[in-house]
Design a protein around this ligand. Structure first.
Ligand code: ADP
Length: 474
């Protein structure tokens, strides 16, 4: 595992202070990476800015070929990347390997899209004029990514950026830099030229501020908390950078009385407990129509009790540890609050320590009400609050009563109702009878305070392209 900063095609930073990376399942130190700051942030921009000139002028076929070579190497190193990810992030083996495939899907999708950046011609109003519209890369891009998807949040940004002809500087989360550095190592091996992708580890605020102030950075793309996202949006105003934000969510999961309950529960288990509840599209609130509540509780409890919690490296583990102590404290705080307001624990409800790793049991909280913290703020842990509702109108109103608008889920076998609900929900992603909607070819992103812009699919590459209008007199 390389544990250095990757800038301008060189591995560096040995002389800087370092910070340690800790395995959340054992609390063992698994590595240490340089603590880059303002200098490194500036040097990375310099490298990416210089590389932009030649990278943006390469024929799309050539950029596509290099992305495809990177994809091939990620595929060949899937197991190794997955193991690094488990060590620094804690997710179970199957999920880690699954994330690498998902992450790599963005590289292959955008290797293809690079070749399909089409322009337009528009009829002119004068015989002696022609109107052409051309797409050009926005310039060099800064990407800041979170710890919960250490590979996919990078490829989902860097894939379309490189395909469009942009170059990138990336700052991965402090908790999970090793996966990012492994991806950079493979990019180098694939022959992606020096300066096109740069990964720097270090002080978030200092690096972020440096990039915000630098006018050469033409776009900031960020996945993380709403609080930091708002700060970046404010900072980007100084030089009017383009901005894409994928922030927090508070996903409602609605089960109508005409739903296939077994299917709903199967999908809910994935949606709620994947990555131990630490994803921005994880279900946060379950709304079940009153007439099926009892059956739903029974079946949900039986399914949750089959889940196993443990070190992600072991076989057959469904939930790994939470990322750190604050994560456990937040889950506990949300549960205590819910219980004080009349919630009841139907299953789980406890945190525990195993080999120094901190875990939280998959938990069902029944009799949830909309005044509880867990029904309004992201818990980012394995707690499923279940609330009853009576009518379609009521559940739409309650589901939309949130500052967030990332993902929502609807389960109903009545097609008219499913369509009505999916159209009425103020969310960027709606899973209808589907709890796991994320795929490389579809647009992922939120409404309201969940963000700006879309990642994935042909929509995702537009975020890295400027539209140029050329008016030609003939
Ligand atoms: P989380 O709560 O999921 O850790 P954060 O928004 O704190 O979410 O972190 C997401 C990413 O943003 C990480 O890479 C983190 O280092 C970075 N980050 C945190 N604070 C700042 C900041 N002030 N400026 C720029 N990046 C930041």
């Amino acid at each position: 595992m390389i544990q250095k900063i990757y800038m301008n095609g060189k591995w560096q930073g040995e002389d800087l202070d370092h910070f340690e990376i800790v395995n959340p399942a054992t609390k063992q130190v698994i590595g240490a990476v340089p603590k880059g700051g303002k200098n490194e942030a500036e040097q990375a921009v310099e490298a990416a800015h210089t590389a932009f000139d030649s990278w943006s002028k390469l024929p799309a076929q050539e950029r596509s070929r290099l992305l495809a070579a990177w994809h091939q190497l990620i595929e060949e190193n899937k197991e190794e990347i997955g193991k690094i990810m488990i060590l620094e992030q804690g997710k179970p083996l199957q999920e880690a390997i699954g994330e690498v495939s998902y992450a790599n899907g963005f590289i292959s999708w955008y290797a293809e899209e690079a070749k399909r950046i089409y322009g337009e011609t528009i009829p002119a109003s004068h015989t002696n004029k022609r109107i052409f519209v051309q797409k050009q890369p926005v310039g060099m891009v800064a990407a800041i990514t979170p710890w919960n998807f250490p590979a996919a949040m990078i490829t989902r940004k860097v894939g379309p950026a490189l395909a469009a002809g942009c170059t990138a500087v990336v700052k991965p989360a402090e908790e999970t830099p090793l996966t990012a550095l492994k991806l950079a190592e493979l990019a180098e091996e694939a022959g992606i030229p020096a300066g096109v992708v740069n990964v720097i580890t270090g002080a978030p605020q200092e690096i972020g501020e440096t990039w915000l102030q630098d006018e050469r950075v033409r776009k900031i793309t960020f996945t993380g908390s709403t609080e930091v996202g708002k700060r970046l949006m404010e900072g980007a105003a100084q030089t009017v950078k383009k901005i894409s934000l994928e922030l927090g969510g508070h996903a409602p999961f609605i089960v109508m009385e005409d739903a296939d309950i077994d299917k709903a529960i199967d999908q809910l288990i994935g949606s709620k407990f994947r990555n131990a509840g630490q994803t921005c599209i994880c279900t946060n609130r379950v709304y079940v129509q009153e007439s099926i509540l009892e059956t739903f509780h029974e079946k949900f409890k039986a399914a949750v009790q089959k889940l196993t919690t443990g070190n992600g490296l072991e076989e057959n583990v469904d939930l790994g540890p939470l990322i750190n102590e604050q994560a456990i404290e937040k889950v506990q705080k949300h549960l205590d609050d819910a219980i004080s307001k009349g919630g009841r624990i139907l299953s789980g409800g406890n945190s525990f320590e195993k080999n120094k790793g901190l875990y939280f049991e998959p938990t069902i909280l029944s009799e949830a009400t909309d005044d509880m913290l867990c029904m309004n703020e992201e818990t980012f842990g394995p707690v499923a609050p279940v609330a009853a509702f009576q009518t379609e109108e009521e559940v739409i109103q309650r589901a939309n009563n949130s500052p967030y608008g990332l993902a929502a889920y609807v389960f109903s076998e009545n097609i008219g109702r499913a369509v009505r609900l999916s159209e009425a929900l103020e969310y960027g992603i709606v899973g209808v009878n589907d709890g796991l909607p994320s795929v490389p070819q579809a647009p992922f992103g939120g409404m309201k305070e969940s963000g700006i812009g879309r990642e994935g699919g042909h929509h995702g590459i537009e975020e890295y392209l400027e539209v140029k209008y050329i008016s030609l007199g003939i």
